[in-house]
Design a protein around this ligand. Sequence first.
Ligand code: DQA
Length: 144
Amino acid sequence: MKLLVINGPNLNMLGIREPNIYGRETYADLLKYIGDICEQKGIEVEFFQSNHEGSIIDRIQEAYQKSDALLINPGGYTHTSVAIPDAIKAVAIPTVEVHLSDVSQREDFRKISYVSYVAAKTIYGKGFEGYREAIDFLEDLLNK
Ligand code: DQA
């Protein structure tokens, strides 16, 4: 399986930003965590992080017919972007949406996710573990 992992705006600030919500582990720690899981499972993984909506859309489009699965934490764009889910639909790559924090228990505006309309599954509130769960889910989905 060729997996593309996209992290959206401010996720590069992990470890610094609101550690009471997102923890003290850094973005580099997250990449290591995912990279180790993928290595154990023999999954070919690519990472992309951007603070720009258009760059995220460009990267999703680039994945057309190249990546088998997409794991995305769209950050704040989760709650505002129609164009990101449109891009996911356009490339028709099986997608899981992950959020580190429990968005269901935070501000009301975080309860809306446009990406969830196109994601096969949405996982939130499990920290790094949510990324593992997403990888397991995508693996099962593709092996069906
Ligand atoms: C987030 C939740 C979003 O509401 C927020 O804007 C983020 C991170 C999460 O991982 O919990 O940037 O996607």
